[in-house]
Design a binder for this molecule. Structure first.
Ligand SMILES: [Zn+2]
Length: 333
């Protein structure tokens, strides 16, 4: 049963919201095992004048804290009198994972970033995906999904975009440059199941961000995200003024599905990395070692090709088969 003050996701109708207003919607997804209703907060700024809609997501992974804070900062900052079009922000997409402080959901074990578009009759996480896809992302002229490194990894501060000669690709790169992050990461291929894969299939230009997080809130990174979203709002004409982004220092190119491209350890133990994110490596360079609790080296991870380290295991507790690093290509900026 919907709680007082909340409505079913399928009744979400920001088009009927009064122009020139801000509104928080509490939208029901499904009941959790204890009977409490799982609700998502959806923050809508509807401009006085019509125009495109930017959708920003945070907290698709529950242990990433910069995106949720950034979405709320943008919502707080926007004055609907200045807006032409709409901003729709979902600060905390995977609420059960956030409550548990975990990347994936404690309810069904699923990774919300691998199951889009979800299933309206599926598990709890599949239902979250479905509602976000059909009732939020479908409204977007552009989607930005704000991730960060979470508790286990270090990752370069970057913005991922669609590397393609298509209209979608051009709009994605244009918005990535307007956002302004130290590194661009162009993806010719994404793999299925992400929010941005869903947007891509629907012809909606998309971006996602990464930054070092560490399982706690890094406020300067959240503020950088908020400034980036505001820059894109300006680029799309939803806000007046020109974006003022810093120029990217690095331009990475490669497949964005880290589950597939990650380099894995062969033994369980304590992982000690020998490199840093954004280091350029040659084939055969040592990325890190697994030691046992006595300190004896029991496994080594070597670069299988030349490339740039974009993601690196930071929490040293590893089990055989865990991914510890991602290498990608790079071109000159
Ligand atoms: Zn993430």
């Amino acid at each position: 049963m919907p709680r007082k003050g909340s409505i079913d996701f399928s009744s979400f109708d920001p088009e009927s919201q009064q122009p020139g207003t801000k509104q928080i919607y509490w939208l029901d997804v499904t009941a959790l095992p204890g009977g409490d209703m799982l609700r998502l907060a959806v923050l809508v700024v509807k401009g006085k004048e019509p125009g495109p809609t930017l959708v920003a997501l945070g907290g698709v992974h529950g242990d990433e804290y910069e995106g949720p804070h950034a979405v709320r900062l943008v919502y707080g900052k926007l004055d609907p009198a200045d807006v032409k079009g709409s901003f729709i922000g979902v600060p905390q997409c995977n609420v059960p994972a956030f409550a548990a402080g975990t990347r994936t959901s404690p309810v069904d074990g699923l990774n919300l970033a691998r199951i889009f578009p979800g299933d309206p009759r599926g598990t709890v996480t599949e239902r979250i995906a479905w509602n976000l896809a059909k009732h939020v992302i479908d409204r977007a002229a552009l989607l930005i999904d704000l991730h960060s490194s979470g508790v286990n990894t270090d990752i370069a501060p970057l913005i991922g975009y669609c590397l393609s000669e298509s209209d979608l690709g051009r709009k994605s790169l244009d918005a990535a440059l307007a956002f302004g992050m130290p590194a661009l990461w162009g993806h010719p291929d994404l793999g299925p199941g992400r929010s941005i894969s869903y947007a891509h299939e629907r012809g909606i230009p998309w971006l996602y961000t990464e930054t070092n997080g560490g399982g706690w809130l890094v406020q300067k990174n959240a503020r950088r995200y908020a400034a980036g979203v505001v820059n894109v709002l300006k680029r799309l004409g939803i806000l007046s003024g020109k974006p003022n982004p810093p120029k990217p220092e690095r331009h990475l190119i490669g497949d964005g599905n880290n589950d597939v491209t990650g380099l894995r350890v062969n033994e369980s133990g304590y992982f000690v990395s020998e490199v840093n994110v954004l280091d350029k490596l040659k084939k055969g360079d040592l990325i890190g070692r697994v030691v046992n609790i006595a300190g004896e080296t029991i496994d080594q991870t070597l670069a299988p090709d030349d490339g740039t380290i974009v993601l690196l295991r930071a929490n040293p507790t590893v089990a055989a088969g865990d991914s510890v690093a991602v290498l990608t290509g790079e071109k000159d900026v």
